[in-house]
Design a protein around this ligand. Structure first.
Ligand code: PLP
Length: 491
């Protein structure tokens, strides 16, 4: 019997399915090899490296062979600007089928009235959302007031007035060092150049989101948009409360669930913790905890859906139809009961990882986690985030350094390490394995010393005690072997 590629675990497809996938990859690599052997070699090496590393990057995962194989098709060759049934190119009937299916799966999975599956990435999804909100809240009323139907009907003077208005709106989002994302109105990103931005942070004593402070900031700043969502906050958010705050000040609530979409899809976050019914517009990536292909998506309430639907060509280039097809496959996977079990394990494993640190006296931002992220404060080891990240990598543990609230080491060196459980949970890691991972991380950090410099202590250089890297490598190899990535897949 052939295993069902939709219901089988991405990390543990049934034996026959693994065999079929192996044959497909072998054939594909042979074809690639005949044109550019170095790319075939790099592709083989990437799988080997991913199999051999303890990946704790909170934003990464391992997509199923079904999702990955879907991307290598002739849909890549088709231009399809526009939207379903309304394209600027002929011959898009099969792209229509793909986009319709992906959007249908997304609506069903998240209980959303409308889904837009074209964004090429999370940043693009946020740009589509921002411009859809600006179009709905600023452009449409202004056109109506001027008695015009289309921006092309405006005089130069009226167009200039509208452009100024569009470029003078306010956005309130979570601060970067509290765990917000660069695309939530920060100056290095286009969002910070588009909006006047103000940030809300977390309670300095607890590290938890302070809803009273968010409400105060909203009342004072009167933003057009409040953005909720994060990339490095280890706690759940009450989106009903965020919506109440937005309603009180007449703001549009936009939630960026890029990081935790898998926990929403898997029904770990429900009720007030599910952003979709509370937000006017919800954006996400599809490749993090949701375990799909690299890409983005926008879900919207009906009053914003017309504007979101114009994402291409308003903000986006032609849709990546092969990726939309892979999104449809990943979303179909996420609608299976097995995905709910996976999402629950992601959250349970994060808890086990946090408990593993706490019982070894390590410091965690907010004292723990209730999502998929653990934020380890490494200052108690006498290290910066940069030193901790590099020392862990020397021992084969892949993480990323991250700011902690009011970070004394700034955004480059940082004082934290962000860890996430989605990827290793896909490999089959359980709570005991994550306790062991905490043990290995504490072992590395306790055996790392910042280097002395003429001016004091370095924020980048360090020394790792002899034997540490070898000891930890050997221990993590055992964990990785017990939980193989794509078992049965041979190239
Ligand atoms: N939004 C959040 C909250 C994120 O964490 C990220 C990526 O890390 C993004 C948006 C951007 O996603 P992408 O890299 O796909 O553009």
């Amino acid at each position: 019997m052939t295993a069902d590629p939709v219901t089988s675990n991405a990390a543990a497809p049934g034996a026959e399915y693994a065999e079929t996938a192996s044959a497909a990859y072998r054939a594909a690599l042979q074809v690639i090899e005949s044109v550019e052997p170095r790319i075939a070699a790099a592709t083989r090496k990437e799988l080997a490296d991913q199999r051999d590393s303890l990946k704790l990057i909170a934003s990464e995962n391992y997509a199923s062979p079904a999702v990955l194989l879907t991307m290598g098709s002739w849909f890549s060759d088709k231009y399809a600007e526009g939207t379903i049934g309304h394209r600027f190119y002929a011959g898009c009937q099969n792209v229509d089928t793909v986009e319709r299916l992906a959007a249908e799966h997304a609506r069903e999975l998240f209980g959303a009235p409308y889904a837009y599956v074209q964004p090429h990435s999370g940043i693009d999804a946020n740009l589509v959302a921002f411009w859809a909100i600006l179009a709905t809240r600023v452009e449409v009323p202004e056109l109506a007031a001027l008695g015009a139907k289309h921006v092309n009907d405006l005089s130069e003077a009226d167009w200039e007035k509208l452009r100024n208005k569009l470029g003078n709106q306010r956005l309130l989002g979570m601060s970067l060092d509290a765990g917000g994302h660069l695309t939530h109105g920060f100056r290095p990103n286009i969002s910070g150049k588009m909006f006047h931005q103000r940030s809300y942070g977390t309670d300095p004593n607890t590290g938890f989101l302070d809803y009273g402070a968010v409400a105060d900031a909203a009342r004072e700043f009167k933003p057009l948009i409040i953005v909720a969502g994060y990339s490095a906050y280890p706690r759940r958010v009450d989106f009903a409360k965020m919506r109440e705050i937005a309603d009180e000040v007449g703001a549009t609530l936009m939630v960026d669930m890029a990081h935790f979409a898998g926990l929403v899809a898997g029904k770990v976050f429900t009720g007030d913790e599910d952003p979709v019914p509370h937000a006017h517009v919800t954006t996400t990536t599809t490749h993090k905890s949701l375990r799909g292909p690299r890409g983005g998506m926008v879900l919207a309430q009906p009053e914003y859906s017309d504007a979101v639907d114009k994402g291409c060509p308003m903000v986006l280039g032609g849709p990546l139809s092969h990726v939309m097809a892979a999104k449809a496959v990943a979303l179909a996977e996420a609608r299976q009961p097995a995905f709910q079990a996976y999402a629950q394990r992601v959250a349970d494993n994060a808890q086990a990882l946090a408990d593993g640190f706490l019982k070894r006296d390590a410091q965690l931002v907010t004292g723990g986690t209730d999502n998929h992220i653990v934020l380890l404060d490494v200052t108690s080891f006498g290290l910066t985030g940069r030193q901790a990240e590099s020392a862990l990598l020397d021992a084969g543990i892949v993480t990323n350094r991250n700011s902690v609230p009011a970070d004394p080491n700034g955004a480059w060196y940082t004082s934290g390490i962000r860890l996430g459980t989605p990827a290793l949970t896909t490999r089959g890691f359980e709570a005991d394995d994550f306790d062991r991972v905490a043990d290995l991380i504490v072992d590395v950090l306790s055996n790392t010393q910042p280097s002395a410099t003429p001016g004091g202590v370095s924020k980048a250089k360090y020394t790792l005690a002899d034997g540490t890297a070898e000891r930890v490598h050997a221990a993590s190899a055992e964990l990785l072997e017990a939980n193989p990535l794509y078992p049965g897949l041979t190239l």
